[in-house]
Design a protein around this ligand. Structure first.
Ligand code: G3P
Ligand code: MG
Length: 246
């Protein structure tokens, strides 16, 4: 893994709160607003193709129903992933990971690809995502996951792609978890970050980032503690002059 340059902010799930999550429309919007980085979630469909989607089921974000892992790529590609967000986005598809990576490359965006395996498919998902990432520019990519198994499979398929371990809560043995997953960085829920934890991370020279930060005061606190990047839904709040590369 080479050094990775974090953008200051990642637009969470593509376009944050301003666009349907995990869509090309959201990613494009983030770029238009001046974001340098986007985060999105990726999961395998029934054919083993990684699509951008957060939930294991289709209902919340699309007009489909059932499990993503049991839906064929051709059927998934036909679903509407915009209409639940707002009628103005009706007809917006759920993109494949390939499509999203192509767009990020075109827009010069750093992509944090969160590997989101459906239950029981951690290894397959990490491996499939890793194979796609291995063909891309590692300087503009960061893989992350809550699943150490998925991260390990991604590492085997794409050793040059930097990896971050996601933790919703940070247990005392976080150094063991980080070392065990062979990740260079830790990403955790914003509420988990304390001055003591930030000091321990700094002492261990571990870069860290927090999700999901939607208030200026929280962003200021976390950057003061040493956050390398923050994930936000508030593209309206954090776009413009505050955007930059660390
Ligand atoms: O990668 C940070 C964040 O996206 C993790 O949580 O549930 O929004 O994917 P979630
Ligand atoms: Mg995510």
């Amino acid at each position: 893994m080479g050094p990775f340059r974090y953008p200051r902010f990642f637009a969470h799930r593509g376009g944050g709160a301003l666009a349907p999550e995990n869509t090309l429309a959201g990613i494009a919007l983030a770029a238009r607003l001046g974001f340098r980085g986007v985060e999105f979630d990726t999961m395998l469909c029934a054919d083993g193709v990684p699509f951008l989607i957060h939930d294991e089921t289709l209902e919340r974000t699309t007009d489909g129903s059932g499990d993503v892992a049991r839906t064929a790529a051709a059927d998934l590609a036909r679903l509407d992933a915009g209409c639940r967000f707002h009628p103005a986005y009706a007809g917006t598809p759920a993109p494949t990971l390939e499509q999203a990576l192509d767009l990020c490359a075109r827009l010069d965006l750093v992509a944090n690809v969160e590997i989101k395996p459906a239950t029981g498919l951690a290894r397959e998902t990490g491996a499939a995502v890793g194979r796609l990432l291995a063909r891309r520019n590692p300087a503009a990519l960061l893989a992350s996951s809550f699943s150490p198994e998925a991260l390990e499979a991604a590492r085997q398929a794409a050793p040059a792609i930097p990896r971050a371990l996601l933790l919703e809560s940070v247990p005392k043995n976080w150094p063991d978890l980080l070392a065990g997953s062979d990740c260079f960085a830790l990403h955790c829920a914003a509420g988990e970050m304390s001055a003591a934890l930030a000091a321990d991370l700094a002492a261990a020279a571990i870069p860290w980032a927090c999700y999901t930060v939607n208030r200026a005061a929280d962003a200021e606190r976390l950057f003061a503690l040493g956050a390398r990047a923050l994930f936000t839904d508030r593209l309206d709040l954090f776009a413009d002059a505050k955007i930059g590369v660390c």
